[in-house]
Every structure is written in C-alpha cells, then in structure tokens.
Design a protein around this ligand. Structure first.
Ligand SMILES: Nc1ncnc2c1ncn2[C@@H]1O[C@H](COP(=O)(O)OP(=O)(O)OP(=O)(O)O)[C@@H](O)[C@H]1O
Ligand SMILES: [Mg+2]
Length: 244
C-alpha cells in the first residue's frame, strides 16, 4: 500500500477558541501505488482538510498516516519537507505559479533543492542565471521540456504566467507537480477555474500522466465528469469516506 490513513480525526477550534468542531472522524483510506481516486463531497465537508493531512501540510488530531512505508506522524518538519518535495506533487485550485518566472522555470522550481542539496542554497533568481548547471539540472530540464511538450506547451516555454490562458496555467501547474516523478499527486479542484472543454482536457491529462508516469493520484473535485475518469470515487460526508 502506498498510502494508508487509519482512524483519522481532525478537530478545529472555533474562532473564539472556546469550542471545537470535528471535521473528520474515524476516517480510513488506502491507496495503492499508481491508483487514481476522486474525492467528492459538499462544500465544507473537509476535502481540502483531508488533502492537507495526506500531504503533511497539516496534522490530524488523532489517527495515523503512513506513506511509502513511513509513519508521517513520526517525522519531523525537515523530513516531511523533503518527502513532500521528492515524493509528492501538488496541484492547487489556484495554480500558485511564480509570476516572475517563465513556464519552464516554474516547472523546474521543485527540482532546486534536489539538484543542489548539501551544496548551495538556491533562490528562484538563480534559476535564471545561465551557466549554473549540473548533470541533474540538465536532466530535470529535459524532463520538463518533454512533459511540457506532452501537454502542448512546447511553444510557451519562455512565456510568463500573465501571458497564459487559464488552461495553460493549470497545465503548467500539473507538469510542475510531476517534475520530481512523485509517488503521489494531490490535486485540489484542479479544474475549478476552467470551462467544460478545458476541464475535460485537463482531467484526461492528469489520468494519462498518472498512468504513464506511474504516480498515484488523489483528486478532489466537484465535477462528476472528472471523478468518472478515476479508478474509484469516494464521497466525504459526516467526517468519513464512503465509496460511491
Ligand atoms: N483553520 C481552520 N480553523 C477552523 N475551522 C476551519 C479551518 N480550516 C477549515 N475549517 C473548517 O473546516 C471545514 C472544512 O473545510 P475544508 O476547506 O476542508 O472544506 P472543503 O470540503 O474543502 O470545502 P470546499 O468544497 O468548499 O473547498 C469548514 O467548515 C471550515 O470552516
Ligand atoms: Mg476545498
């Protein structure tokens, strides 16, 4: 099993800090390597909360998360950051691309710590410096170009986010999520801001890349069309997942 959640509970304090509300309760989930699942459910049911817990961006108040044989609840922040960077890819509803970087540079951002770990502390500006190259960097750039071509962005490598359409921004974000060949891709309403056609195309693309690159995929979506493309669909309601 790639991912196993056992008896997850998540409580939030109310803004006054006096009460707690329970969002996830005794929730369990198993995802095999390469499996693609959709999570649907009403607004406010806890889908983003769940994705954040799986991606170790947030902690459950009870229960365990194991990923690729590691108990995430036992890892420290540094180990979690490394795992997130190397083994997980994230696609958010708002794509979060860096406006000052081109398409190609944005896609390469997650490779920075990998290719320079233990040597230089990089910042994004350094990506633009010509001549700062290593073998890993060259490999990463080749993969970025290959994946960008696959999603039809080979003519947009040197465009900035402000010069792209909504669908092109989302496709760039999908490629960025795949650049480190993660074991798991987490996507939170990746087609939320797109029209029906672009949304269907992006959904197909996610599934294609999931099959070809072998990454497991968890997609939170309000779109039944997108959910249908996955191997399984779960409904999140009353704090638990039920298979649809
Ligand atoms: N930091 C927080 N503090 C308190 N309550 C929170 C916090 N974050 C989320 N919540 C509450 O948890 C509930 C679930 O939020 P979440 O964002 O997970 O929902 P969702 O299923 O992703 O909804 P949507 O489909 O609208 O994106 C919401 O009712 C929200 O108010
Ligand atoms: Mg949400």
């Amino acid at each position: 099993m790639l991912l196993e959640l056992k008896n997850i509970e998540k409580k939030y304090k109310t803004p006054s800090g006096e009460d707690e509300i329970t969002i996830l309760k005794d929730l369990s989930l198993q995802v095999s390597p390469g499996e693609a699942i959709a999570i649907v459910g009403p607004s406010g049911s806890g889908k983003t909360t769940l994705l954040n817990i799986i991606g170790s961006l947030d902690k459950a108040t009870a229960g365990t998360v194991s990923f690729a044989g590691k108990d995430l609840t036992a890892l420290d922040d540094r180990e979690l950051a490394k795992l997130r960077n190397l083994d997980m890819g994230f696609v958010f509803q708002l794509h979060h691309l860096l406006p000052q970087c081109t398409v190609l540079e944005n896609v390469l951002v997650p490779t920075i710590p990998t290719m320079t770990m233990g040597t230089v502390r990089w910042n994004v500006g350094m990506l633009k410096k010509k001549g700062v190259r290593s073998r890993n960097a060259a490999d990463a750039e080749d993969l970025a170009k290959k994946l960008l071509a696959k999603v039809g962005l080979d003519k947009r490598l040197d465009y900035f986010p402000a010069q792209l359409s909504g669908g092109e921004l989302q496709r760039t974000a999908v490629v960025r999520a795949l650049i480190n060949k993660p074991k798991l891709v987490l996507a939170d309403e990746p087609t939320g801001s797109l029209d029906k056609d672009s949304s269907a195309n992006l959904g197909q693309l996610l599934v294609e890349l999931n099959k070809e690159e072998g990454a497991a995929l968890i997609v939170v979506t309000h779109s039944s069309e997108l959910a249908q493309l996955m191997d399984k669909t779960y409904n999140l309601q009353n704090g638990k997942l039920e298979i649809c």
